[in-house]
Design a protein around this ligand. Structure first.
Ligand code: ADP
Ligand code: MG
Length: 332
């Protein structure tokens, strides 16, 4: 059963008001009452997603609170982007060991900066004492029936990828002392790791064009595999069509990060070949590279995502790892 006595933080209400209550211009009733009241625009349905972040499991207890605030919201907004939804609201549930004003000021500044940048109102939440745990719920809206789902890929579709996934994983390996990244690559990789940018504009523009989409949180091969599996297809990914690898880091290391590294929150999506020129225009308009990295095949023989070399042979991925990628031929 629930405990009758809530383990209050000192000055809990002041704390919430000071750090979390901000203007909520697109919310009918924001924080303060028992519930927030949200009104999706006519003809829209809600897209809703939550992520639970536990200290010591998903982040280190001494993680920079400003980065944590940004990232806790950004990863949820990335899920909205992958559905083609417009981001509108967030709820924030916090369990805190203590009311550490400095930590809260930095955390909330990071969170609100992300909310402001992407037009999201913090509409409510919950705050209690306990081990450090963050739960963010993000809500977006999408015209009824038009969300980009994982299960819509069609045989013959092109498979596309945005941006340069892998940089965040390189940043993490650098922090863990496994590799040494030169500047300015190092700064770029750490920025991708700490402050990922959810691809919300891209997701919305893809809505009428793409058949299926997913955001890359577990790695390109894994997430393209999820999309393919949900769609009952196989994704063929061509080694020679992958994004250019960054300079200043060993090719094999960069390739492994690109294929298997998570945490970049780029989008992978499928679309018919007829959309190629429109997608090229969108890439130019948003200044986000879009790479046509593969295609969807009719059959669904595992593994759901396969890497294909320039001779058309499947590159075995079970031994995917640092050494394995040394053996691969150079990219064009
Ligand atoms: P209740 O006891 O009814 O759940 P609370 O005392 O937990 O209410 O919260 C008071 C108000 O402050 C609510 O409207 C709630 O949504 C809001 N709130 C609580 N914690 C947060 C937070 N971390 N961020 C934003 N709003 C919050
Ligand atoms: Mg409450």
């Amino acid at each position: 059963m629930f405990r009758k006595v809530k383990p209050h933080l000192q000055n809990e209400f002041d704390l919430i008001a000071r750090h979390f209550h901000r203007p909520t211009p697109q919310t009918r009733l924001g924080p303060g009452d028992d519930c927030a009241l949200l009104s999706p625009a006519p003809g829209m349905e809600l897209a809703a997603t939550s992520d639970l972040l536990v200290s010591g499991v998903h982040f280190l207890p001494d993680a920079d609170p400003g980065n944590l605030g940004w990232k806790a919201l950004a990863v949820n907004l990335s899920d909205l982007a992958a559905m083609g939804a417009k981001a509108r609201w967030a709820l924030l549930a916090l369990s805190l060991p203590a009311a550490d004003e400095n930590w809260l000021a930095a955390f909330s500044a990071g969170f609100h900066a992300c909310a402001r940048q992407f037009g999201v109102d913090l509409a409510g939440g919950d705050t209690t004492r306990g081990p450090l745990v963050l739960c963010v719920t993000a809500l977006g809206e999408v015209p009824v029936g038009q969300a980009l789902r994982r299960d819509g890929a069609q045989a013959g579709d092109d498979l596309w990828l945005s941006g340069h996934p892998g940089l965040a994983a390189l940043g993490l390996r650098h922090l863990q002392g496994e590799i040494v990244l030169p500047e300015p690559l190092c700064r770029l990789c750490l920025q991708r790791l700490h402050a990922p940018v959810p691809r919300l504009s891209l997701g919305e523009m893809l809505r009428p064009l793409a058949h299926a989409a997913i955001d890359i949180s577990d790695g390109l091969m894994a997430d393209a595999g999820h999309l393919a599996e949900h769609s009952g297809r196989t994704a063929e990914i061509f080694l020679h069509r992958l994004p250019r690898l960054p300079q200043g880091v060993e090719r094999a290391v960069a390739l492994e990060a690109l294929l298997c590294g998570g945490d970049d929150y780029e989008l992978a999506f499928t679309a018919s070949a007829r959309q190629r020129s429109t997608l090229a225009q969108i890439a130019a308009q948003l200044d986000i590279p879009l790479w046509r990295i593969g295609r969807m095949c009719a059959d669904a023989t595992p593994p759901a995502a396969q890497l294909i070399d320039s001779e058309g042979k499947i590159v075995p991925m079970e031994k995917q790892g640092y050494d394995h990628f040394h053996a691969l031929p150079s990219l064009a």
